[in-house]
Design a protein around this ligand. Structure first.
Ligand code: PHE
Length: 462
């Protein structure tokens, strides 16, 4: 199941962050905090990260994906989209980071971002663990703290592959790509909140206006999407304005650029809307959606960076914002790519259709017929259907059949009235994007999936 960060539990009470310098306040306790967070970061980095343990659930198939590095191919549509997005941010203001290692500590992926220990996204059914301490990053936000800490510019941009255990269908894949951006201001050199606000506003004034149609019914902040205690309201609003104008400019330019070469594109102004959201590492938070070819596409998740994130980065005095965006969904729309598996295709008929920097519509090569097979089984006595997670089956199927599977869905679930045993039935659609599969090979895949199910989950096949 896709992790829905928007359904995150309420933020950890800000009261927990005590004795931290308010903007423009006194810095004595700040130094202490600096020390303790730096020490903690160091510890997290040194943690024993090798070896496997009872948390390990990464499979060889996923391991292989971590080596593909799609963004190093300059002609890949995802690279083109990344470069278009990057190009909208001034280079002297935003440091670019590519090819950061996807293996990150649990601290980087979760704790440093205020994600509570019991948050669902940490569960083994949702996240690939290398071991207890190390995961495949589930989002590029895993690099926020480090980026806010080290880059010489006040802004940064990251593009990278991320991994989530997930269902199998045309728009979900266990690996996909995200971009992250961040921007901060320091009260250094200012003597009042007013001056800090003026500094942020001056940067906002430099952002080109977008010329798009914007619907924004959100409030600057409110009880359900609060400003942080450590921030004066004017600062929160100034940061928000810079964030929203930046993303509006980026989206306006990208979609207008793309419309230019396409005579069928409507001349209507592009429409976007802002809606409230919740993330543990920003507050207030929003999502931006764009209306494109008849549907609302969810784009950026973003917000005013939690001061706790700046604390972790060793810069508790800073204020700023962050955003994240998944790029497959956008690339599928822009390039007319109908199935997310295609991004990982090594078929020249896919790759040769694209050139660096060019957005063109993908011409589908012939669609090969698919064949489905059902897998019905009794769960071990005393196991409820909730104890068998869809994602457990997904990983077995991927391990055996890789990208030859287009879709997996649960089609039946029942409890035997007398024995009370639970039965599940999944339908797997086998379909290659590159050739016609023959029955014999599907039978082999089917047998192997059945065998793995028996061994791994002690189910009784029906
Ligand atoms: N990391 C969030 C996600 O994966 C997106 C996000 C990034 C939200 C930065 C706010 C700030 O959904």
């Amino acid at each position: 199941m896709r992790v829905n960060w928007s359904s995150c539990r309420p933020l950890v009470s800000i009261q927990e962050v005590t004795k931290v310098r308010r903007v423009g306040g006194n810095g004595a306790s700040t130094r202490q905090l600096f020390k303790s967070t730096l020490a903690r970061n160091e510890e997290a980095r040194r943690e024993d990260i090798s070896g496997t343990d009872e948390w390990t659930n990464i499979t060889p198939t996923i391991e292989r994906l971590t080596n593909r590095k799609l963004l190093s191919n300059p002609a890949h549509p995802l690279t083109t989209l990344r470069d278009i997005i990057f190009s909208k941010f001034p280079e002297q203001e935003y440091t670019r980071a590519n090819f950061l290692n996807p293996r990150v500590s649990v601290y980087e992926n979760f704790d440093s971002l205020n994600i509570t220990p019991d948050h669902v996204s940490r569960s083994k059914t949702d996240t690939y663990y290398l071991n207890k301490h190390k995961v495949l990053r589930t989002h590029t936000s895993a690099h926020q703290v480090e980026s806010f800490r080290v880059y010489p510019t006040p802004g940064f941009l990251i593009a990278a592959d991320v991994y989530r255990r997930d269902e199998i269908d045309r728009s979900h894949y266990p690996a996909f790509h995200q971009m992250e951006g961040g921007r901060w201001w320091s009260p250094e050199g200012t003597t009042s909140v007013k001056e800090l606000v003026a500094k942020i506003d001056a940067d906002t004034a430099k952002i080109p206006t977008s010329g798009i149609q914007i619907v924004d019914d959100t409030l600057p902040f409110h009880a359900g999407n609060p400003k942080q205690d450590r921030q004066p309201p004017e600062v929160c609003i100034a940061v928000t304005n810079h964030l929203k104008r930046t993303l509006e400019m980026v989206v306006g330019e990208i979609f207008q650029d793309i419309g230019k070469g396409d005579p069928s594109a409507t001349k209507e102004p592009l429409q976007i809307r802002w809606i409230d959201a919740t993330f543990p590492f920003t507050s207030p938070s929003w999502e931006m959606e764009v209306y494109w070819q008849g549907e609302w596409l969810e784009l950026f998740g973003c917000g005013v960076t939690q001061q706790r994130v700046f604390d972790q980065a060793g810069h508790p005095e800073r204020v700023g914002w962050a955003f994240g965006v998944g790029i497959e969904r956008v690339a599928m729309v822009l390039f007319g790519i109908p199935d997310i598996r295609l991004f990982w295709s090594e078929d020249p008929r896919f790759l040769e259709q694209f050139a660096p920097g060019v957005v063109n519509t993908f011409k589908q090569f012939s669609r090969y017929p698919g064949t489905s097979r059902d897998f019905a089984f009794w769960l071990k006595d005393g196991t409820s259907p909730d104890q068998f997670h869809d994602n457990d089956l997904m990983d077995i199927v991927r391990e055996v059949a890789g990208d030859l599977v287009e879709n997996v869905s649960l089609i039946d679930k029942f409890t035997h009235p007398k024995t009370k045993r639970n039965s599940l039935c999944y339908r797997v659609l086998f379909q290659s994007m590159e050739r016609t599969l023959n029955n014999d090979e599907i039978n082999v895949l089917q047998d192997n999936i059945r065998e793995s199910l028996k061994i791994k989950f002690a189910v009784e096949l029906r």
